[in-house]
Design a protein around this ligand. Sequence first.
Ligand SMILES: Cc1cc2nc3c(=O)[nH]c(=O)nc-3n(C[C@H](O)[C@H](O)[C@H](O)COP(=O)(O)OP(=O)(O)OC[C@H]3O[C@@H](n4cnc5c(N)ncnc54)[C@H](O)[C@@H]3O)c2cc1C
Length: 436
Amino acid sequence: MIGLAHRRTRARTWHSEHVEDLLSNWSGTVTYTPAAVARPSSVPELQELVAGSRRLRARGSGHSFNLLTGTTGTLVSLAGLAGAPELDAAGVRVRVPAGTAYGALARYLEEHGRALPAMASLPHVDVVGACATGTHGSGDGVGTLSGEVTGVELVTGTGELLSLTEEDPELAGAAVHLGALGVVTAVTLRVGPTYRVRQLVYEGLALEDLAGDLDGVLGAAYSVSVFTTWASGQGQVWIKARDGQWVGEPPGRWRGAVLADGPRHPVPGQPAEACTVQGGLAGAWHERLPHFRLEHTPSSGHEIQSEVFVPRDRAAEAIGLLQGVGPRIAPALQVSEVRTVAADSPWLSPAAGQDVVAFHFTWHPDAPAVERALAVLELALQPLGARPHWGKVTTMAPELVRSRWPRAGDFAALAERLDPQGRLRNDLLEAWFPRG
Ligand SMILES: Cc1cc2nc3c(=O)[nH]c(=O)nc-3n(C[C@H](O)[C@H](O)[C@H](O)COP(=O)(O)OP(=O)(O)OC[C@H]3O[C@@H](n4cnc5c(N)ncnc54)[C@H](O)[C@@H]3O)c2cc1C
């Protein structure tokens, strides 16, 4: 399996700047072993660091689950460059320095009456790091977070400053960058007016009904997630409805599922206080779209994650296949989540050029068991054109991964142009995008 080292520690609730904490990912399941750690305090210092390094990689908030962040050289924290987000005069674009969490950005935008169209399941994640791996939320009409990128500022592999705007055809190549093009110091995102969202949870939806009417279930509101363990044959539906949707008293039963009688956590057995407000109470977009609250540990904390994206028109087949392998993957699985992502344009987006359904898996932190289960399910889903998440674990062969993105060759060429000496290369990038 790609990039999985065995380690068990308690997950952190926030991006810590203790050097020791920079050397593993958030759940402690991946360990980085750089020769050095650096924390430049200005962009010129960062440029000097890059130009003088043989190998280096930047680190975000450490919420990825593979060795994409790994380097034998210097691991770079951008915390010393952190600044405040800046909205433009028209209020339609926001510049976000590296080291800014989505939660902090969202609060800033809300104070200015602005909003993002999507949030991931957690607000703790770094904006630049999330864009780097094609992080997404859910919604039939909503693309990945990187789909809103209108500018990328970076120190390239040669140590030069580069600013890509919407005028540059390479912007779509740099929106999901895997840290392969340089060290990104800021991104600019498109924003719109603020909006309110109500969240409702229904339990006991039959998976046959999900497969039989995918559009009816996943398109029931602005953002919908279905949580399941597959083997149970049932799912818990999280409906996030925007202004004008699901108005009035919610029905006690919906498609055979029952309205939850209190707040729920998606991972069985976890306390619901970590989750955003449910029960249909309207709130600001950033306090309902993520499943987890900023002040709490998201998800279970003791976990490994993987995710597979299937073209939307093959998703019903995928649900049938996952129900079939459900009993075999059950011992390793904590919970699985089904979401939708609308087609967008970043070259390496999981939804590049096609609407997809995302099948996410939160596993117990038992690497050998995860590897066995993942091999079973990814083998089942491969014939459907499945793409893996760039920031999570996968057993898919690197050449198969590469073949899933029509612009992979263009991305490899861009990486070679911006990092001719291969300073940002690591084993995972070598496997996915080998140099000629
Ligand atoms: C509890 C939990 C829930 C999650 N929910 C979702 C979800 O809802 N949807 C989803 O799609 N994903 C989800 N993820 C995955 C997560 O969003 C991605 O793995 C994302 O990359 C994490 O961002 P980060 O800053 O923590 O990345 P890191 O792990 O720190 O870095 C990821 C990659 O980005 C590079 N990078 C980071 N910053 C820079 C920079 N400034 N310049 C250059 N390269 C950089 C790193 O080198 C590395 O290659 C979840 C993860 C967790 C732990």
